[in-house]
Design a protein around this ligand. Structure first.
Ligand code: AVJ
Length: 337
């Protein structure tokens, strides 16, 4: 008989809705706000419904999307050093913000368990499905690992941690997710994370580095059109969840990289002059021919910029881990005293 597994705790659900899906009212409000501005915008956080998450999985497998492979290489190459830094000085809670399927984190989990470091794993994600699944796979693949999956927003989770998991914390924010924030927002985000941490706590931050602009551009406008489908799926989601009548044939994906500020910008462009009605908002929106909806920023950093961002948010750089081609970095930050 299989021994009882006492290490995998039940899921903690901190999201308002029981199924862990996002609040439709907030979605409606954000869409109404975004489409009423002179420069129309939609928030990139809404990419990740069921279909969007599947499309993002496909993006990560694209030959053009170097980010995931490079970060894999970083973690694979430096896992021993990273594990040693994490476990210095002792037991810690490993908090994985936006864990998803934790494919990259598993490299570190394996290394940490093999080298018998004292820690437990707290994956955090807004997707209840993803956390349910991850709990299951980890139970099978690493039965001795202590897992506490949390469904909710980053800061609800850090709040919960503050009350229930008082020991030293190592926070993971991988995959260049920081890149989606505007300049000031990324500082605010790191400052807010910092407020939940104490001396000795650490943060491993995945950042995409500056490189040949052509390489960056291709990663966001791939030949097979997966990124276009990912971007256009935002309109499908509005149609389904908010009763919109966007005609996907009349919009195109357009990605633009500016090597001067290191910002990759993604747009949906209206091919014709048109009106789009959104039932839940009781509102029509006018599009001129070739008018744009801005949907995403993906920042590319220099290492001095990362250092400046860290120190402006109360961290200091302990160590920089990079792939061989220096395309991507996982930067280990410690709480500045
Ligand atoms: C998940 C935010 C890191 O910006 O590179 C991929 C999302 N957008 N292709 C990124 C994305 C278009 C991705 N992040």
């Amino acid at each position: 008989m299989e021994p009882n597994k006492t290490t995998t705790a039940p899921l903690i659900n901190l999201s308002q809705k029981l199924d862990g899906t996002e609040d439709t009212a907030a979605f409606a409000r954000h869409v109404a706000e975004g489409l009423s501005q002179t420069q129309k915008t939609l928030l990139s956080r809404y990419f990740y419904d069921g279909q969007g998450s599947r499309l993002f999985q496909q993006i990560m497998e694209l030959p053009e999307y170097y980010l995931t492979r490079c970060e894999f290489e970083v973690l694979q190459t430096h896992k021993q050093a990273i594990a040693a830094h994490f476990s210095d000085p002792g037991f810690f809670h490993l908090v994985d913000l936006g864990a998803g399927d934790a494919l990259k984190t598993k490299i570190l989990l394996q290394e940490l368990t093999q080298s018998q470091k004292g820690f437990d794993y707290v994956p955090v994600d807004i997707s209840g499905d993803a956390m349910q699944q991850l709990r299951g796979t980890l139970q099978k693949e690493m039965p001795l690992l202590e897992v506490q999956a949390v469904v909710g927003e980053y800061f609800s989770a850090l709040d919960w941690m503050h009350q229930h998991k008082p020991d030293r914390k190592v926070v993971l924010f991988l995959g260049s997710n920081i890149g989606n924030f505007k300049e000031a927002e990324s500082q605010n985000f790191l400052r807010s994370v910092r407020r939940y941490l104490k001396a000795g706590d650490k943060l491993l931050l995945g950042v995409d580095l500056r490189k040949d602009p052509e390489t960056v551009l291709k990663a966001y406008s791939d030949a097979s059109g997966v990124t276009a489908a990912f971007n256009l799926n935002l309109l499908t989601r509005i149609n389904r969840e908010l009763g919109g009548n966007f005609n996907l044939e009349q919009f195109r994906h357009y990605a633009l990289y500016n090597p001067q500020d290191g910002v990759m910008r993604s747009f949906l462009v209206s091919k014709i002059e048109q009106e789009v009605h959104i039932g839940a908002l009781q509102q029509s929106y006018h599009f001129d021919a070739w008018e744009t909806i801005h949907t995403e920023n993906s920042h590319k950093y220099t290492l001095p910029q990362v250092e400046a961002l860290a120190s402006a948010s109360g961290f200091k750089v302990e160590k920089v881990f990079q792939d061989k081609q220096c395309r991507f970095a996982d930067v280990l930050l410690t709480v500045a005293s």
